[in-house]
Design a protein around this ligand. Structure first.
Ligand code: GLY
Ligand code: MN
Ligand code: MN
Length: 449
């Protein structure tokens, strides 16, 4: 069930322990199994990313603990729920403690033992790290336990600085998984392009992407799928809804899948009817030129500011040429150029290094995975824009693996050139006509490599 070999997880836990000071404990509660509505109706369960990273353990009601005593002896512990035939008939089989013991932890305990064992470890603890965000109740109870043992608030810290350092650079095995996540995501975008036509709803296009995700081995979307027709694309995170995609509008689709826990994050913008209008094409080609220039600049040692400067220069010059009055790129692009990508779509890892006087922007390193996603968002009411461009919003987003000499675009198979998009949408139209009204045009599954 775990994604990687036990040795890889052990290596990660040892790397984390090596970052921990003497006399410290790090606690990682499993994600909460959240109720969606009613009584027994839960959201699709997703383990906390740090727990996945450090153990691959998928079960809720568990806690991972790493401890380094004051002399440097290290201990890794897993607290898990025991299998229970009656409960498991409702919710699915748990691994059980015996099987969990084979995962390479020094100790595996029943979850009821957490308080007792942790209180003992806290006697040897001057600093505790608690992961945050995935299970507020469990985090609060850990903070209370630490405070009750006399640890001052400054000595109760988040684990994110530790895991952020490790998760920023992906191992060769992680890179392979992310490559697959990106290819499935790109494939789904191409399928949506083949399916897109005036009259279908944003939700129907979302369903097409999600179908392809799952049919190619992904679990689910990595984040709520954004399908935004026409003016909706001005809203950066517009969730797909019942809006009918209209002839003559663009549609912006920001969707990525989760494959073995790892996210892809892709945006494509294209004409609903398959042909860009001249004004749409001008804005699209400007964003595309900026995106390509940024991608060509990515290499080890480059900083985000340097990449942003490349994009800013191209967009500002291009906007002026198109007749936008006194506008800089930043006026029409409210978000940053990109972010780290991994187990979380906005992955952990600081964008800075050092402290105080040594504080500096973090530069790119081989093994990092990032997105590059410039956009221009022109409101219908924006009088600073020539009338023909008002209401047009475009974002183009790809996922990149930083290599020793530059970068590999992991999502390069998603159609992006205007001519290629128009050609493929024409092919899609033909396929739909052949299949008949209401049928899903499904490209073949991508082969497993
Ligand atoms: N899908 C969210 C983002 O692009 O950052
Ligand atoms: Mn993104
Ligand atoms: Mn995105």
């Amino acid at each position: 069930m775990e994604t990687f070999k036990p040795e890889e997880y052990q290596k990660r836990r040892l790397a984390l322990l090596s970052l921990m000071p003497l006399g410290s404990t790090a606690c990682f509660p499993a994600a909460d199994n959240k109720v969606r509505n009613g009584t027994a109706n839960h959201y699709l369960y997703r383990q906390a990313s740090d727990v996945l990273y450090l153990s691959g353990f998928h079960e809720d009601e568990s806690t991972l603990v790493l401890h380094k005593d004051r002399t440097g002896n290290c201990l890794t512990l897993l607290f898990a729920k025991a299998a229970n035939a009656e409960e498991d008939q409702w919710n699915g089989a748990r691994m059980g403690l015996e099987a969990a013991r084979k995962l390479g932890f020094d100790r595996v305990h029943e979850k009821q033992q957490l308080t007792r064992v942790l209180n003992r470890l806290l006697q040897e603890t001057d600093r505790i790290f608690i992961s945050s965000g995935a299970n507020l109740e469990a985090e609060e109870s850990l903070i209370k336990m630490a405070a009750a043992k006399g640890l001052q608030p400054a000595r109760i810290q988040s684990t994110s600085k530790l895991t952020g350092q490790l998760r920023l650079v992906k191992s060769p095995d992680e890179q392979k998984v992310m490559e697959r996540s990106a290819s499935i995501g790109a494939h789904a975008h191409n399928a949506a392009m083949l399916q897109c036509q005036p009259g279908i709803t944003e939700n129907q296009l979302r369903a097409c992407l999600e179908y392809i995700f799952v049919m190619n081995g992904a679990t689910a979307p990595a984040y709520s799928v954004i399908v935004a027709g026409g003016e909706n694309a001005y809203i950066l995170h517009h969730p797909a809804d019942d809006t009918i995609l209209a002839d003559g509008d663009l549609v912006l689709v920001d969707a990525g899948c989760e494959y073995l826990g790892y996210a892809s994050d892709i945006t494509r913008t294209y004409p609903v009817n398959g042909v860009f209008s001249p004004a749409q094409k001008e804005i699209y080609e400007l964003v595309l030129a900026a995106q390509k220039a940024a991608i060509a600049t990515v290499k080890p040692g480059i900083t985000w500011s340097e990449l942003e400067a490349v994009v800013e220069a191209i967009l500002t010059k291009g906007l002026k040429k198109l007749g936008f009055q006194g506008l800089k790129a930043g006026d029409l692009m409210p978000h940053t150029l990109g972010h780290w990508l991994g187990l979380d779509v906005h992955d952990v890892g600081s964008y800075e290094t050092g402290k105080g006087k040594t504080k500096a922007e973090r530069s790119l390193q081989p093994g990092m995975v990032i997105t590059i996603e410039p956009g221009l968002y022109i409101s219908k009411a924006d009088k600073r824009a020539p009338a023909k461009y008002r209401g047009i919003s475009v974002r183009i987003e790809d996922d990149l693996l930083v290599t020793a000499s530059g970068a590999i675009v992991l999502t390069q198979s998603a159609f992006k050139e205007p001519a290629e998009i128009e050609e493929m949408m024409k092919v899609g139209k033909g396929m739909r006509e052949e299949l008949g009204e209401g049928q899903l045009v499904v490209p073949p599954r991508i082969p497993n490599r």
